[in-house]
Design a protein around this ligand. Structure first.
Ligand code: MG
Length: 245
């Protein structure tokens, strides 16, 4: 069941989902403590990529990306891309261990609440979601707030800027290792949000999912795409680059 959800509101938590392994919390538990709110530095970077980076989006086109029906059909204008209702998009090239930089902005005009407000997501290997959400003064379940490893780990703090402002993610990702059907080592995820460490070398419990207990029961290939989520909200991205490790 969903908690605290009058008919016209998005749920801010669940009390009927499986427990997250090794924790006292259910997936998307509405009673899990919220990350402390802090104020990050005011500026966003939009720095030049380092010389060995693969530029995935420089503001001009989506040639490095593919979408549901072939071409990535998100809108590109004014140096950014914006979600349309064309489905998720993902990189044509696949990656394993990497450093990923991107910048995003939730709509300046606030619509919806909880998970229905400025929701998108950055999926490493198409499987591990770092939540993108307008988490500024927006109550929702802790493992679904901005920069959560979705359904697993809330961020260490909530470092959100206001809706409409550009925000940065710097993600350091080590892919999981499988030997046949068996997990040898999990994915490790570090995230810096607006210059603040919010995920510190967290061992992912498996691919992320909605209302699902995570597990590595199904091995996946050693590389996968970077995927950006169409969750129906008009989130923007710019300055996306990656370094393979
Ligand atoms: Mg999302």
């Amino acid at each position: 069941m969903a908690q605290q959800s009058p008919a016209n509101k998005a749920p801010t938590g669940y009390d009927d989902t499986p427990f997250i392994p090794g924790t006292e919390w259910r997936v998307h538990d509405g009673t899990r403590p919220q990350p402390r709110i802090i104020t990050p530095v005011a500026e966003s970077s939009q720095n030049e990529p380092p010389s060995d980076a693969i530029v995935l989006f420089d503001g001009s086109d989506l040639s490095k990306w593919t979408g549901r029906d072939g071409d990535a059909a998100w809108k590109v204008e004014n140096g950014y891309m914006e979600v349309t209702r064309a489905g998720n998009i993902e990189t044509k090239e696949h990656f394993g261990d990497c450093q990923l930089h991107l910048e995003w902005a939730a709509p300046a005009e606030v619509k919806g609440d909880s998970q229905g407000r400025g929701n998108s997501g950055v999926f490493l290997m198409g499987n591990y979601e770092i939540q993108v959400l307008d988490g500024y003064d927006n109550p929702t379940y802790a493992d679904g707030i901005t920069a959560a490893i979705y359904g697993q780990y809330p961020p260490l703090v909530n470092a959100c800027r206001k809706p409409g402002e550009w925000q940065t993610y710097d993600i350091f990702f080590l892919a999981p290792r499988f030997g046949g059907q068996k997990l040898i080592s999990p994915a490790y995820i570090t995230v810096v949000h607006n210059g603040v460490l919010v995920q510190n070398h967290q061992a992912a419990m498996g691919p992320t999912g909605h209302r699902q207990a995570p597990s590595y029961s199904e091995p996946h290939p050693p590389q996968g795409p970077i995927m950006l989520q169409d969750h129906g909200d008009l989130v923007r991205y710019r300055n996306i680059w990656i370094r393979t490790l």
